[in-house]
Design a protein around this ligand. Structure first.
Ligand SMILES: [Zn+2]
Length: 369
């Protein structure tokens, strides 16, 4: 779908990176009559976990977003998707007679409020799928067991570090058909997930040529996707990533919306059987070749650096007064080896030095950090 058409479905009550339970309530305060809404349980801090149901069709799709509270892009896209589905209901080939969707748009409302990956107990819910120690994990599991989905969509954001393989191109979207065992074998449900990803990636080729990656498929039975794949349900991980200049992920939101719509149309019409696992395998695997900022010849900034030293700098996302701020920091975990920056400067050039010193927080980091 082109961008101008999409704008008519964009949920106006959510934008930017911070999407709290209050924002979600606002977006859902006058739900379309075709959306059923209830609360299958509560978070650690007693916030409701909202469940939405839409459609009357035989093919059941379960999706959940903001399992990691600071990963809001897919939630925005899901709200846009619901607007689209409700506004186009009743039209020719409408999806409501083919699909039933069950959606947990914000599985981790406490983490969404505090803008943290973990829930209020400090637990990463995507490492809790086997033990089910947290109420949010148990809510998702019970929804899975009662709904008995034909497909699961596990919706996340990924960091700005991810590149398409060794290239400097950001992985704006990545997909994964999670493994169901440590040998990464190919049971039929995993093959179905791979075929569906291959079909969806092809559909997206028109609007996002060459921006789609494949997430690492190491098996971890504590991860939700791996658990549902083990249980025999074709499960797809969607990772919303960086698009050049789009730290608010409003453009990525548009790509995720299209990915969700495409995948749903494909499952509704069973029109992905002809795709091959090899087409999924041919998507470039996510690399870690990118940092937010890379500065060459740093010795021209300060004598604390060697003349030709290369500096890698990564933003930390900080919630302040209801908005996300991007604070430059030295990266952890070996990212200083990253070969490319979303922004690159050469400090031997006076014009680049002037830009570097004007960048909020950067002068302080470079001279004191
Ligand atoms: Zn995540």
């Amino acid at each position: 779908m082109d961008l101008s058409h999409y704008e008519s479905f964009r949920s106006k009550s959510v934008s930017g990176r911070y999407l709290s339970p209050e924002h979600l309530s606002l977006a859902l305060q006058n739900p379309d009559r075709n959306i059923q809404m209830d609360q299958p349980g509560e978070s650690v801090n007693g916030l409701p976990v909202i469940r939405l149901r839409w459609g009357n069709g035989p093919v059941r799709v379960l999706m959940w977003s903001q399992m990691h509270g600071n990963e809001s892009t897919t939630t925005k896209a899901v709200l846009d998707l619901l607007n689209f589905l409700c506004q186009t209901a009743g039209q020719k080939d409408a999806l409501e007679e083919q699909l039933t969707l069950e959606i947990l748009p914000m599985l981790n409302p406490d983490g969404a409020r505090s803008y943290t990956r973990e829930n209020a107990s400090g637990v990463d819910l995507n490492r809790d799928a086997r033990v089910l120690s947290q109420p949010e994990s148990r809510i998702l599991r019970s929804c899975y067991e009662s709904f008995r989905p034909d497909y699961c969509f596990n919706l996340h954001d990924q960091r700005t570090i991810y590149s398409l393989g060794a290239s400097p191109i950001p992985a704006t979207l990545s997909f994964l058909a999670p493994s169901a065992d440590s040998s990464r074998s190919l049971p039929v449900n995993r093959i179905r997930a791979m075929q569906l990803i291959a079909a969806t990636a092809e559909d997206l080729g028109e609007i996002l040529p060459g921006g789609i990656g494949r997430y690492d498929d190491s098996f971890n039975e504590n991860c939700v996707g791996d658990q549902f794949q083990m249980a025999g349900t074709p499960t797809l991980l969607f990772e919303a990533g960086h698009f050049p200049g789009d730290y608010e992920r409003e453009h990525t939101r548009y790509f995720v919306f299209n990915a969700l719509l495409s995948a749903l149309k494909r499952v509704a019409s069973s029109s992905f059987d002809g795709f091959l696992p090899a087409q999924y395998q041919a998507l470039p695997e996510n690399g870690k070749q990118l940092v937010d900022i890379r500065i060459r010849n740093a010795g021209h900034l300060s004598d604390r650096y060697a003349p030709d030293q290369v500096l890698a700098i990564q933003y930390r996302e900080v919630l302040r007064e209801g908005r996300i701020h991007w604070v430059p920091e030295w990266p952890a975990e070996g990212l200083s080896e990253a070969r490319y920056g979303h922004r690159e400067w050469d400090a031997s050039r006076a014009s680049d030095r002037a830009e570097i010193l004007q960048e909020p927080g950067l002068k302080k980091l470079l001279t004191e950090g």
